[in-house]
Design a protein around this ligand. Structure first.
Ligand code: HEM
Length: 922
């Protein structure tokens, strides 16, 4: 007999009747009703999750899992992909429940619905749009610059490596039901005769290490660890549902300890330290979002396909964490008010004159004030905004984001000087391309070999031999969910903050890692990025050893100082592996051609540790069940490497694919000129740090441990080489057809034998957007475009001025003015009777017009919302830019501690213009 587990409103008999009559009709009530119900359930769950989040924030009781949700929360285009899949899954689940018994759960839904019924479902939920093939542009410029979302890098497979597509699966998925449910969901289920151990037990019994018991890696600085995470944030971010509440029955994942999609809580074993007074018996865990066309919705692609997870970033190392992976975020990050190709910077604060990241939308109360003592209303310093949602995660990440924001603007400004004919768009694209190359060079030349060691580097990364279009560069599920998380066991539990003498900063000393989570206010109020940067290049990474795996900062205090509300990174990694259906340790060893471990002695030999083999078998009982992440990090390090043989293989393969399968790889023929490549190869992280901070001395290799001051060299020293950007100077006269013809008011850029024109702001291009050089005839095409002034005041357009003002068109812009003898009010928004003489009225009008225009510019370009004013009067937000003033000291080996390191002072008026604080000139 069929059990109906949902749709209580339809009695069984009625439903049978209903199905037989309507089941396969495209517009059938079945499909319609399931869709309607799914929409209601999904939007109700989103709505309740949002309200819950707001209420918690207001109480100041945001938990660690809420913070995790915050940065895994899908945005913009990712949200569309996630919501489509969730709506589809819910609709399918409803239909399935309506029709089938629980036992027949895996039955194929195509049996019940007609093709047209399915396509209605796919269309209405938005899944069909997600699976549409895309067409790549043939334009020369589309070949010159990467797309922001990574599409069309591979022209035959345009979605390879693109944002918001599923991770690559190097080995088939392994789910409890073979299809979508994670292993460990049903606690009674056994694998190879044994139940899986609770992930928190594995964390507690194998990984947990007292902070003070860690050993340091005396070869490498903590910057090596930071870099790994920085590059990870360029390559992958797995979104989770926007809902923290189950769609089907409203279970709140943060409260209930039951498995109900998307809740997959981490059970806390009895006797665990985590179970303090009032704490729950589980840590909340939300499943990663499914990808359309997999799991429940896989019949859309014609076959039952296991659940896949999405990567919301482009897989390529292309600077996604700086510029974003979606068009909407990318444009929010830019300064579009000027045509200089700059990224937006903070309008309220600077770091001793150097720019800081802009603020994200102000939220009230503010999740980035969690680490302050006064939680509610305590801070007017919101989270920073960057290309990746994890930029606020901890201070080290914020430092790298800030440095690269500055570097991007420095390069754009230099390119503008070299090529004034380039538009803001060209400057932005060229800068992005150079930064992408810098990241690739530093990563593959300076970072990866230190991790893989010389042998594996030789095996997986032999000299580059060109782009291979048959290589899929997509990040693999095992890389994001296990392999590249290896570095979680190399994180130092202390954040070192040092003064100019590389001694403990007396005013803002070093802090525990958990105190640095989500705390941008520390950058603003505690001395900018320099003290933290000194700590990163001077303090050591943690060494991975069999008995000291993960410090308690990460197993007991992740994202929250209070144990009862914190998370455990090791448990998250393991649970995530099961959530994503990753196969076990032995399968991956087989994949890499390594001997498997089937017995205790095998395991002892592979791990070179009877201690670990014993611990693992005590928990897992058989080597066959060992989760990939714990097995891989338990292996002994290869010589001069920071990973064992399995990780070397998995990381090596991924970095190889990312290099060989990237059409825009910096060494690929035609991407840069040979002269540009020669210059790019000179880049070092130390050079970038030199040019974008107040520090004047650095070790030549920021990743290698060094002694201060002996190993530090001046930024002016030839040991810290410089990339000469004159290699990017484009000579507009040097073409086979002679000088590029001038088009008044237009920017232009060359692309092979074409020249593309773009008009300055306030003008529109009429005629062809490009001209071609006929190399044989040595002639340009004859028809040139023209830049026509846009009449912003045309009656058919919306009046850009406040309603009581009239719009007056000017070349390249417009003015707002008053009619007759009226003059503009001081705030420039209304007309008032002219006070006194005509001359005064004119002056007031002129000032008012300027005010109005700048107001409009601010409104249109900054899209910035001023948040409420908060409790601390010192930090009360007004219309002023605050600058942290301090004396940037030149290094002197015997200089004493600089006591008054920085003070706040109100300075310049907040200007309407985003770029008033110009990028630093080196
Ligand atoms: C203080 C330093 C770090 C913290 C606090 C941190 C924390 C986290 C957290 C909370 C997650 C999400 C876990 C989950 O829900 O599945 C995560 C994911 C991840 N972490 Fe870290 N991490 C740190 C450093 C690193 C480093 C150094 C690396 C690599 C070199 C790394 C690589 C990754 C990767 C690959 C993921 C998966 C990202 C995704 O695709 O969603 N992390 N980390």
């Amino acid at each position: 007999m069929k059990h109906l587990v949902y749709f209580e409103e339809h009695p069984v008999e009625h439903t049978k009747d209903f199905l037989s009559k309507n089941g396969s009709h495209p517009e059938s009530p079945l499909v319609k009703e399931a869709l309607e119900r799914a929409k209601q359930l999904v939007s109700l769950a989103y709505y309740r999750s949002r309200n819950r989040g707001k209420a918690l924030l207001a109480k100041g009781s945001l938990s660690a899992s809420d913070l995790l949700s915050l940065f895994k929360h899908p945005e913009d285009e990712t949200n569309v992909a996630v919501q489509a899949a969730e709506l589809m899954d819910t609709a399918v689940e409803l239909i399935r429940q309506l029709v089938y018994t629980q036992e027949k759960r895996n039955s194929n839904i195509t049996g019940i619905l007609s093709g047209r019924g399915l396509s209605t479902l796919a269309k209405v939920t938005g899944c069909a749009a997600q699976l549409q093939p895309i067409k790549c542009s043939d334009s020369c410029l589309a070949d010159k610059y990467r797309s922001i979302d990574g599409t069309c890098n591979n022209r035959k497979n345009p979605l390879w490596g693109a944002a918001n597509t599923a991770y690559a699966r190097w080995l088939p998925a392994d789910y409890e039901d073979g299809f979508s449910v994670p292993k460990g969901w049903n606690k009674l289920k056994v694998y190879k005769g044994f139940p899986l151990p609770l992930v928190r037990r594995v964390s507690h019994e194998i990984l947990h290490t007292q902070n003070e018991n860690i050993s340091l890696d005396t070869s490498y600085t903590h910057m090596l660890v930071e870099w790994g995470q920085w590059i990870d944030h360029d390559m992958d971010l797995t979104p989770q549902s926007a809902s923290t509440i189950s769609f089907m029955d409203g279970t709140d994942c943060s409260r209930a300890c039951i498995n109900q999609n998307p809740c997959f809580p981490i059970q806390i074993p009895a006797g665990d330290l985590h179970l303090g007074e009032g704490a729950m018996e589980c840590l909340p865990f939300i499943r990663s979002s499914p990808a359309c066309g997999s799991g429940e919705s896989s019949f859309l692609v014609g076959k039952l396909q296991p659940r896949e997870q999405l990567n919301s970033l482009t897989s390529f190392v292309d600077g996604s964490m700086i510029y974003g992976s979606t068009a909407s975020l990318a444009s929010r990050l830019r300064n579009l008010s000027q045509e200089l190709g700059l990224l937006a910077i903070n309008q309220e604060f600077s770091d001793g004159g150097l720019p800081l990241l802009p603020f994200a939308e102000r939220k009230f109360p503010n999740p980035c004030a969690l680490t302050r003592n006064c939680l509610v209303n305590a801070s007017d310093i919101p989270c920073f905004l960057a290309g990746d949602s994890r930029s606020n995660e901890h201070l080290g990440m914020q430092v790298l984001h800030t440095v690269f924001l500055r570097e991007s603007n420095r390069i754009a400004a230099t390119l503008h000087k070299l090529n004034p004919q380039w538009s803001g768009e060209t400057l932005y694209q060229e800068t992005r391309k150079i930064i992408g190359a810098f990241l690739q060079i530093i990563n593959w030349r300076d970072y990866v070999p230190k991790i893989l060691g010389p042998e594996a580097t030789k095996t997986y990364l032999p000299p580059y031999s060109g782009y291979n279009e048959s290589v899929d560069p997509s990040i693999s599920n095992v890389f994001a969910t296990a392999a590249f998380r290896f570095a979680h066991v190399t994180i130092n539990p202390f954040v070192s903050r040092l003064d100019e003498n590389y001694e403990e900063n007396p005013h803002h000393p070093s802090i525990s890692l958990h105190q640095s989570f989500f705390s941008p206010w520390r950058i603003i109020e505690e001395g900018g990025i320099d003290p933290i940067l000194r700590g990163e290049i001077f303090s050591c990474a943690k060494l991975q050893t069999p008995t000291q795996m993960m410090p308690e900062e990460l197993t007991e205090k992740l994202f929250h100082p209070q144990k009862a509300q914190s998370l455990d990174l090791a448990a998250l990694n393991l649970q995530r592996g099961r959530d994503h259906g990753l196969l076990g340790y032995n399968s991956w060893r087989r994949f890499c051609g390594l001997p498997e471990a089937h017995t205790f002695s095998d395991l002892q030999r592979v791990l070179n540790s009877s201690y670990l083999a014993h611990k693992l078998l005590k928990l897992y009982e058989t080597p066959e069940n060992i989760d990939i992440w714990i097995g891989a990090i338990a292996e002994p390090l290869l010589p001069y490497a920071r990973v064992g043989e399995l990780l070397a293989c998995l990381l090596g393969r991924q970095f190889q694919a990312l290099r060989n399968g990237d059409r825009f790889w910096w060494e690929n023929e035609g991407v840069f000129t040979p002269h540009q490549r020669e210059q790019l190869a000179k880049v070092t992280l130390s050079q970038i740090l030199c040019q974008n901070t107040h520090l004047h001395y650095f070790p030549t290799d920021a990743f290698a441990s060094s002694h201060f001051p002996d190993d530090f060299v001046s930024c002016k020293s030839p040991q810290i080489s410089r990339v000469d950007l004159t290699a990017w100077k484009e000579d507009p006269t040097d073409t086979p057809c002679g000088p590029v013809p001038l088009v008044k008011g237009a920017y232009f850029v060359r692309c092979k034998l074409l020249v593309f024109f773009e008009c300055r702001q306030g003008y529109t291009l009429e005629g062809p957007s490009s001209i071609a050089c006929d190399a044989e005839e040595r002639k340009w095409s004859t028809i040139l475009p023209v830049c026509q002034d846009i009449n912003e005041c045309k009656p058919s357009r919306m009046n850009p001025c406040p309603s009581s003002l009239i719009c007056v068109n000017t070349p390249g812009g417009f003015k707002c003015a008053c009619e007759g003898s009226m003059s503009l009010s001081q705030d420039g928004t209304t007309c008032i009777k002219a006070p006194g003489s005509t001359a005064t009225a004119l002056a007031v009008a002129a000032a008012g017009i300027a005010g109005a225009i700048s107001l409009i510019t601010v409104a249109v370009t900054l899209h910035r919302r001023v948040g409420p004013i908060f409790c601390d009067p010192v930090r009360k937000r007004g219309s002023q830019t605050r600058q942290f003033l301090f004396k940037p000291q030149n290094f002197s080996s015997n200089s004493t501690l600089h006591t008054l390191y920085y003070t706040t002072r109100e300075t310049n008026k907040l200007t309407a213009n985003n770029s008033k604080t110009t990028p630093p000139e080196s």
